[in-house]
Design a protein around this ligand. Sequence first.
Ligand SMILES: NC(=O)c1ccc[n+]([C@@H]2O[C@H](COP(=O)([O-])OP(=O)(O)OC[C@H]3O[C@@H](n4cnc5c(N)ncnc54)[C@H](OP(=O)(O)O)[C@@H]3O)[C@@H](O)[C@H]2O)c1
Length: 236
Amino acid sequence: MKIALIGYGKMGREIEAIALERGHEIVLSIGHENLSDLTPDALRKADVAIEFTQPEAAPANIRMCADVKLPVVVGTTGWYSGYETIAQEVKEKKGALLAATNFSIGVHLFFAVNKWFSHLMNQHPAYTVRVEETHHIHKKDAPSGTAITLAEKLLEGLKNKSGWSLTPENNQIPVIAHRIDEVPGTHDVFYESEADEIRLTHTAFNRKGFALGAVLAAEWLKDKQGVFTMQDFLGL
Ligand SMILES: NC(=O)c1ccc[n+]([C@@H]2O[C@H](COP(=O)([O-])OP(=O)(O)OC[C@H]3O[C@@H](n4cnc5c(N)ncnc54)[C@H](OP(=O)(O)O)[C@@H]3O)[C@@H](O)[C@H]2O)c1
């Protein structure tokens, strides 16, 4: 499969390595220095695009892919307030989009466990709940998109919680963001009572899991039309 890599930073390079290992071809790699190479004609040479850039750039990049009906897998986080509008545009233009705040398969299993466990913990209001995430100091958004998705999963079960916040009030789930060294990504959910603590943790050891998930998602999305999630792809 021919891949257009939009964003050739830490993730873009990891994705390139895994895509080549899996026998794919990179027909376009875009970073800041060659932004002018990102044109509809260049995109038409690809079967699928993989976009890992920055929050300000993702919506325009998705639009450009949709304009030429190029399926696009989007890993960029921090732009999701505009998601519904973009998703609608992609549908209207008969493009294909799979955006996820985290492409690690392990994280999606972790989401599923947390969703199930939150229903169980709903019966035990003596426990407080909080989410903590730790990432490298270069990360531009806080909290992480993964922590937001995680908090949303918890809200499905914890009926006495009204939302999540970095500065929580009353019934909101606290989300705490740490930025330390080169940590690839750790997410913890803590349930705490006076007597004990239950901690559910997912730790990424490196970026390989995200990159592999994105390439697998691109293989799955290549000939599709419409707007999809990791749940669709993984059948979770
Ligand atoms: N969903 C997931 O599983 C997952 C996993 C890890 C990271 N992420 C997210 O993915 C994004 C990228 O992460 P990263 O660690 O690879 O960041 P990074 O190392 O900073 O790389 C970003 C790349 O995008 C390029 N870029 C910036 N603006 C662009 C534009 N308008 N068009 C095209 N390319 C542009 C940058 O070019 P320059 O280097 O020239 O500035 C750089 O090559 C972040 O939002 C991060 O949170 C998601």
